[in-house]
Design a protein around this ligand. Structure first.
Ligand code: UD1
Ligand code: UDP
Length: 374
């Protein structure tokens, strides 16, 4: 009898990190996988589905502009109950820390379906930063039967919280699996702007920012520091693919108005985005996924947050946690742009997040343990 897996995801990063697992499962005859997207994100998710050629069996299409956390949770829970009842999976897989992840785990629990949590055990130690992701992760952990921890640090976090060791598996992060699929030496961009930038002559900064706790004053500080650094360093250009959140867009358009060296562009599809990251000089971000991708591409990352649940990149020396004050962000960018030695210290390709085989490990574990309904 086949193992019935149901994969649930809803946002861009979940799609990127779940796709390699789906691809491995497609090759395994003992597994029957049903894909259900909540579509908490719409355009940003659809580009991932297209790239990885994933055709969901169920699409809850819950996205609404300006959606609140309560609305996402309610719509996802409601839609998932129906699908889980129909599919009757042996195990439901969720990935990461979004509201779709928590809702997916809770919906499975309500139907007494086992939960596999991919990217388990990340902790910042502050329930409000990242918000609401830290809570989503912890709540999902409570409901999970399989904790797929990317690193030893993540496993240690779970052990400290009292989770039994036999339920925790160190697998690496599937983000590296996806990255290997996407980054190519001879990649050519469709967007003319990106083909026109001379990545060798210019020092290009890749900027992304979307965290809820940064929206408002912190984001104004971040963007102002980036704007002002282009005034000091004439050979610096900035590329900022802006998240579709209108609250982020409003601040970006206002702060960067009239600055023609900061290129505000639409979110890029995953393939051009990662190939852009592979070519830039420096990454400035509050994204979780970028903190994992940049070290493996040897790009220094300034993490514009007060806390991170991804200390591995910092310990490896490729990432630096710089907070959200204007002065600190400006000074840290200035240092890396002015001092080659400091830059070289950080620009080492290290891979604390895995070897690109996390998905195979996760699928092997599912096969080995078999899964029966409770
Ligand atoms: C969500 C996750 C966050 C993750 C991020 C990845 C939650 C609470 N947050 O944050 O953990 O890091 O995704 O990007 O789960 N929008 C669109 N089209 C889209 C996607 C978003 O227009 O395809 C706009 C909408 O106005 C939406 C807003 O962005 O209301 C915010 O989207 P939402 O999913 O609520 O939160 P994110 O900030 O994207
Ligand atoms: N990404 C993308 N296009 C963009 C910006 C990011 O494809 O314009 C990818 C990026 O490579 C990473 C993921 O989206 O894999 C990160 O998503 P995001 O920063 O939105 O969420 P987080 O990782 O912070 O949850």
């Amino acid at each position: 009898m086949k193992i019935k897996v149901m994969t649930v995801f809803g946002t861009r990063p979940e799609g990127i990190k779940m796709a390699p697992i789906i691809k491995v499962m497609e090759r395994v005859p003992e597994i029957e996988n049903t894909i259900c997207v909540t579509a908490q994100h719409r355009e940003m998710l659809d580009q991932v589905l297209n790239l990885f050629d994933i055709d969901p069996d169920y699409d809850l299409n819950i996205f609404k502009p300006g959606q609140t956390l309560t609305e996402i949770t309610m719509r996802a829970l409601e839609g998932l109950e129906e699908v889980i009842k129909k599919v009757q999976p042996d195990i439901l897989l969720v990935q990461g820390d979004t509201t779709t992840v928590f809702s997916g785990a809770l919906a499975a629990f309500y139907q007494k379906v086992k939960v596999g949590h991919v990217e388990a055990g990340l902790r910042s130690g502050n329930l409000y930063s990242p918000y609401p992701e830290e809570a989503n992760r912890m709540l999902t952990g409570i409901l999970a039967d399989f904790h797929f921890a990317p690193t030893q640090t993540n496993k240690d976090n779970l052990l400290r919280e009292g989770y039994p060791e036999e339920k925790i598996f160190i697998t690496g992060n599937t983000v590296i699996d996806a990255l290997k699929y996407a980054v190519k030496d001879d990649y050519e961009f469709d967007l003319p702007l990106l083909n026109q930038i001379d990545f060798k002559e210019k020092k290009v900064i890749l900027l992304t920012s979307h965290r809820r706790e940064n929206i408002g004053k912190p984001m104004e500080n971040i963007f102002s520091a980036v704007r002002d650094i282009t005034l000091k360093h004439e050979n610096v250009d900035v590329v900022f693919p802006i998240h579709l959140n209108p609250r982020v867009r409003e601040i970006a358009y206002r702060v960067f108005e009239g600055n023609n060296r900061v290129h505000l562009i639409e979110p890029l599809d995953y393939e051009p985005f990662t190939n852009l990251m592979a070519r830039v000089h420096l990454v400035v971000t509050d994204s979780g996924g970028l903190q994992e991708e940049a070290p493996s591409l040897g790009k220094p990352v300034l993490v514009i947050r007060e806390e991170t649940e991804r200390p591995e990149g910092i310990e490896a020396g490729t990432a630096k946690l710089v907070g959200t004050s204007y002065d600190k962000i400006y000074d840290e960018m200035d240092l890396l742009l002015s001092n080659q030695e400091e830059y070289n210290k950080m620009a080492n390709a290290v891979n604390p997040y895995g070897d690109g085989k996390a998905s195979e490990r996760i699928v092997d574990i599912i096969l080995k343990h078999g899964v029966n309904r409770k």
